[in-house]
Design a protein around this ligand. Sequence first.
Ligand code: SF4
Ligand code: SF4
Length: 238
Amino acid sequence: MDDYSSVELENLAKSLGADIFGVGDISSTLDFICEQGGEHLRKFSRGISIGIRLLDSIIDELYRRNEASVFYTYRALYNTVNSKLDQITFTLAKYIQNKGYQAYPVPASQIIDQNKLIGVVSHKLIANLAGLGWIGKNCLLITPQCGPRIRLATILTNMPLDSSKPIENRCGDCNLCVQICPVKAFTGVPFNPREPREKRFNAHLCHKYQREREAKMGDTLCGLCVYICPYGKRQSKL
Ligand code: SF4
Ligand code: SF4
């Protein structure tokens, strides 16, 4: 059977507010995906990744993240974008279902295992397979256009959509995210799909730091590893 063109879905996603869209072939990573999210995901062969770019005017201020006016604004942005992503994935999933295929929207921000600190699937993995970017030393998806200044959501489907190939890692010698993290959560080891996340990132250190911030200041988001990445930073127009 020929692959379906993904153009209609991309146009729909972008008309609803998505900035980036891609489709990855997930067949070769299904064991990993099912181990994390459950055996019911094995029927899917494609992962659709969508992303919405965050606002530079807010991300550029995150070096002042301990000030209430900054972290509350970042929190509002984060929540707004996550909610918009979930609305878009729901609409795309309905579109796919109406074409006679199955579609499984994965929420933009949800932890299903508090010990492992993981979601149903890794949005970054799907976005990487869909050719939207690489996994940086900060363990975030880094897109050529907006770096890590993006939020992601995923739809798994059995619709045989045409798919893209992953792009190469472009972190090079940069180590800025490793250096800036206040709890030294990153090891600086480049992404390798055959190695566990723990080799690169101690998610519990970040999580604990965010909880401590919450107890102290009433909110949790840090975001320095998003702020510092040179990819996505725009030159000042002043
Ligand atoms: S959000 Fe902050 S604490 Fe967490 S990994 Fe990034 S820089 Fe480190
Ligand atoms: S700050 Fe540097 S090392 Fe970290 S993800 Fe961005 S490019 Fe890669």
